[in-house]
Design a protein around this ligand. Structure first.
Ligand code: 5RP
Length: 272
């Protein structure tokens, strides 16, 4: 692997082999999502605990301080909205030249496997990988399910992840599933990162699935709504960090959550 590509991946995947990405790209198809109306304000207290931020160029330029910024994963697919005909009908919205100008650590693109736009989104991925290879920029593929949340089962997810890896993605972001997540990871020759999905009923549910996913081979998480839509975003991200980077149990992570929420002055785990 070329030095630039390896360096960028090294900014994202920490020396322990794990990663905690903070996605705030939702506005690109959802508009001003709850608690993300002002992205800069939302992420300010969370940034010390994130290894990278996943965002569009509009939010990067308008809402993130360039000096001392966390590594950026640039969302470069889009062109659809929640109120449009089909979320799967995405194109590439941002050139690799602009990604270079923004000095990003990676670019991210969704693929919609099984949809009417499967071929289009996969060819977009292939083209993006070609461009990324030219400049040493890794591609993170996002296995999107649009509104079909019930598609989050292992056979489908394994198919999606493998296809993304075959087309050249360096990292694949997919959903955790209760049965067979280990097979999803085992069938994917590049690292798998878990997405979060809509806000869960309880924080404990999130800690449990993240812990299970890490035990079953994921290298980390890319969780948005379950962090910044939580009533307690900082306790939540710190509890998640405890699982991802400290190999913490669910019980320990819950203790971190409770302690930070209670504001007992417990020192923050020092982000790498
Ligand atoms: C949207 C995305 C988001 O980055 C992804 O869904 C993660 O956010 P959340 O945890 O809120 O689902 O790729 O397509």
């Amino acid at each position: 692997m070329d030095w630039g590509m390896a360096n960028r991946l090294g900014q994202l995947i920490q020396p322990d082999g794990h990663c905690l990405f903070l996605p705030i790209d939702h506005g690109y198809f959802l508009g001003p999502t709850r608690n993300l109306e002002q992205p800069g304000k939302t992420i300010e207290p969370l940034l010390p605990y994130a290894d990278a931020v996943f965002a569009t160029r509009g939010v990067v330029r308008s809402s993130i301080e360039p000096a001392g910024s966390k590594p950026i994963i640039l969302r470069v697919s889009g062109g659809t909205s929640m109120v449009g005909a089909d979320l799967a009908n995405e194109g590439i919205t941002t050139s690799m030249e602009d990604a270079v100008r923004l000095n990003v650590a990676a670019v991210g693109i969704s693929v919609f496997i099984g949809s009417e736009y499967e071929r289009q989104s996969l060819l977009n991925l292939g083209k993006l990988v070609d461009e990324g290879e030219k400049y040493g920029i890794p591609v993170m593929a996002v296995t999107a399910v649009g509104r079909e949340l019930e598609q989050r089962e292992s056979r489908y997810l394994a198919l999606c992840c493998r296809i993304c890896a075959e087309l050249g993605a360096k990292v694949v972001k997919t959903y955790w599933c209760a049965d067979g997540f280990d097979k999803v990871v085992a069938g994917c020759p590049v690292p798998v990162v878990m997405a979060g999905g809509p806000q869960a009923d309880t924080e404990l549910e999130v800690l449990e699935f993240v812990h299970d996913g890490m035990q079953n081979g994921a290298i980390g998480i890319n969780l948005g709504r379950n962090v910044w839509q939580s009533d307690y975003p900082v306790p939540m991200i710190r509890a998640l960090r405890h699982i991802v980077h400290e190999n913490g149990s669910v019980k320990e992570a819950q203790e971190v959550f409770d302690a930070v929420k209670a504001g007992d002055g417990r020192p923050a785990p020092v982000p790498a």
